[in-house]
Design a binder for this molecule. Structure first.
Ligand SMILES: [Zn+2]
Length: 390
């Protein structure tokens, strides 16, 4: 197995507090990383790096773990440009939101859906994302949900069954009947293709009792819970997530003190998705409040064609620093190690011996530039599983 050293790194983010400056980012200056096969085998100061077969000169720039985007919706067809344009232009818009995407997705061929998925994954990779989670939720029939998960599973291990995204249009007058479908035949067809089960717990989607039924049924089939919680209003989603030991409560925009306490005293990660607030001109989630309480916070894109059509984790980092009270260090941690925690993974989101060699080289001397230089394409190189892909 050949080994490669990436040396002459001005600032290396390891996310291992036992390395470097002992901060949570585990920063090492004048650093090197040694890769063997798909793993990191050594990190430290460049001058102490062991001999290797190959050498890459980072040119005095920064290296950090590849971003872990733990929340996206990438199996879809069509787009919602008109809806976004109307919303941002103050014009009323009456088309069906998620239902528009459901109709387009059902009508698309497998090849069209997979081509769209691949296009967005390539786009994310170019921006430094090396792990992504993605969900079903635009099929809402047993066949269409299972198809979405099958396609997603060809590209990632982090696949989430979100049959409970909204009530399917065919069940508009019978939400209980739809929950029976999601927890019965649809779950049976979908569980083999997924690792996670998710539910949109919100007024107009699924209430606390329905969400509990969906998540417990999923758990009985070996899927682990994650929850779309407290995005548009206060509600039971976050506390349900904590009660069921969900890996993540996602959005967390409207939180009571009890919600914040529940997250802080659990291992459920609060995943914040500022692309959604940006694209809907909504109030920002309060990352500072969660961090000060001791909660673990992840940052992700929520990439989807309706409410957050960005695949850019650097953009979300910049928003989190500008508008959500995070420091640049906290935002970078949340987009790497935080995303890994939201997927209950320890083999990604850090650059220490044993971790996957998933790393991003910036065209900048420090990770702080991700917030300091918003909107600038700073990603100069991406390695995934030890292979340079960008
Ligand atoms: Zn979402």
């Amino acid at each position: 197995m050949s080994s490669t050293v990436i040396s002459n790194i001005a600032t290396l983010v390891t996310n291992d507090p036992s390395l470097g400056d002992c901060s949570s980012l585990g920063l090492v200056r004048d650093a090197a990383v040694v890769i063997e096969g798909d793993r990191v085998v050594w990190t430290g100061e460049s001058s102490k790096a062991p001999a290797t077969d190959n050498r890459v000169d980072a040119g005095g720039r920064a290296v950090l773990p590849g971003f872990v985007d733990s929340h996206s919706h990438l199996v879809f067809a069509g787009d919602r440009t008109e809806e976004f344009n109307a919303r941002m232009s103050g014009r009323p818009y009456s088309a069906g939101g998620i239902r528009t995407t459901v109709a387009a997705t059902r009508a698309a061929s497998d090849a069209e859906l997979e081509a769209n998925l691949t296009r967005h994954l390539t786009e994310a990779l170019r921006q430094g994302t090396t792990t992504f989670e993605t969900k079903s939720g635009y099929g809402l029939t047993t066949e269409d949900e299972a198809r979405a998960l099958r396609l997603a599973a060809r590209h990632t291990d982090e696949v989430t069954f979100l049959g409970a995204h909204i009530v399917a249009p065919e069940y508009a007058g019978d939400p209980a009947g739809y929950v029976d479908l999601v927890t019965g035949p649809m779950l049976d067809a979908c569980a083999p293709h997924a690792r996670w089960i998710d539910v949109f717990c919100e007024k107009g989607a699924f209430d606390g009792d329905q969400a509990r039924a969906v998540l417990t049924a999923g758990r009985a089939k070996g899927l682990h819970p994650r929850v779309h919680a407290n995005q548009l209003s206060y509600g039971p989603g976050v506390r349900l997530a904590v009660e069921l030991d969900a890996a993540s409560a996602d959005h967390c925009t409207h939180l009571t003190d009890a919600d914040v306490d529940a997250l802080a005293n659990s291992r459920t990660v609060a995943t914040l998705l500022p692309g959604a607030e940006f694209s809907t001109r909504a109030d920002w989630p309060d990352a500072r409040r969660l961090l000060d309480a001791g909660a673990t916070v992840a940052l992700s894109t929520d990439c989807n064609p309706g409410s957050s059509f960005t695949s850019s984790v650097p953009f979300c980092i910049a928003l989190a620093v500008r508008d959500m009270g995070m420091t640049p260090d906290e935002a970078v941690w949340s987009a790497t190690a935080g995303g890994a925690a939201a997927l209950r993974r320890t083999d990604i989101g850090r650059l220490a011996p044993g971790a996957y060699a998933d790393l991003t080289l910036l065209d900048a001397p420090s990770h702080v530039h991700l917030a300091y230089r918003p909107g600038v394409p700073l990603v100069a190189g991406v390695w995934r599983r030890g292979v340079r892909e960008v």
